[in-house]
Design a protein around this ligand. Sequence first.
Ligand SMILES: Nc1ncnc2c1ncn2[C@@H]1O[C@H](COP(=O)(O)OP(=O)(O)OP(=O)(O)O)[C@@H](O)[C@H]1O
Ligand SMILES: [Mg+2]
Length: 379
Amino acid sequence: MLDVQNLIKQFKVRGAAAVPAVDDVSFTIEQGEFFTLLGPSGCGKTTTLRCVAGLERPQSGKIHLRGRAVFDARDRVFVVPNQRNIGMVFQSYAIWPHLTVFNNVAFPLKAAGQRNVKSTRDKVARALNLVGLSGFEERPATQLSGGQQQRVALARALVKEPDLLLLDEPLSNLDTKLRERMRSELKRLQRELGITTLYVTHDQMEGILLSDRIAVMNGGRILQLGKPDDVYERPDNQFVADFMGSTNLVRGILRKEVGAAALEVVETDLGPLLCSFAARLASGSRVVISVRPENIKIAKECAPDENNILEGQVKERTYYLGMVEYAIDVLGCELRVRSAADGAEINGNGTVRLRLAADKCVAIAVDKGEQSHEIAATV
Ligand SMILES: Nc1ncnc2c1ncn2[C@@H]1O[C@H](COP(=O)(O)OP(=O)(O)OP(=O)(O)O)[C@@H](O)[C@H]1O
Ligand SMILES: [Mg+2]
């Protein structure tokens, strides 16, 4: 449906070396899919979206929409934005304050030369109905709440029944409750219409909850692309492990055993730990184990020869959304542990035994530039 290949967009800034805002980005979105570009501020999300919309002209790469080239640097193809049949909601909603709700939503139709009054009225009514704003037609845009403005922007993006919907952080200006409600409404609407959606956010929870697939970006590049649960549970690199939610990172050296199955041993300062997903790494590599706080359990009892058991000292106990988060010192390294338990398994002197789920301990290569760090655990 949308095919983006080797996209490079570099801005010329006077007096500074040009650094690509988008640096060799490729991804494909299937018909009806909800696809998210997720990453920190400045990583190139908006620029990628604007290239797809035709609002930026990249230096190289290709963009195909429904099999048609809308951009191809080599063949000098550039289709202007209003010929791409794309609906877009901007980071700021960019609705016109001097127009009514009706005229804001009708704007793209009029701009495209639609003169049929009845057809315009029907299409606007349908779009406003979709976003729950029927009856607001004559309301001036200035007399709308933030959530309502956001809906007007969405109705305006949908009114031409676009092939592709581009959404740039559409919920970021809303308060938490409204953001949650709009998030589920958006998901429902996208499912109902079956509209192919390219979404941009820096909020990992939003990305996880909304998307069929996620591309995690940093520094203009896609660092990992996959289903939300895969990206969360099997990060390919340290940046993704850290960006997708809190995690414990324990450095060590991978020791592969000949004929070993899915699990591998990593020698760490905390002792040998069994972990998984090290298939692509060579024995002897410096690695970091990522294990999320919810995948470390406080163990009541354990067998004498059990693997992945650590002993530690509770340093801090914090309430965390129906759970307790512990900061636990293990041989000078602090591990974060989230537990539904009431703390009964903590010994009188504050010591605990921890069980690290081996299938949730993910071994990943140490990011470049970090090779010289000493073996340590960080959160
Ligand atoms: N018109 C421009 N001129 C020069 N540099 C730009 C321009 N637009 C964006 N950039 C730079 O390109 C990089 C990527 O910007 P972009 O707006 O795509 O980031 P983003 O991921 O959308 O960030 P945010 O989450 O803050 O919106 C940044 O370093 C930014 O400063
Ligand atoms: Mg942006």
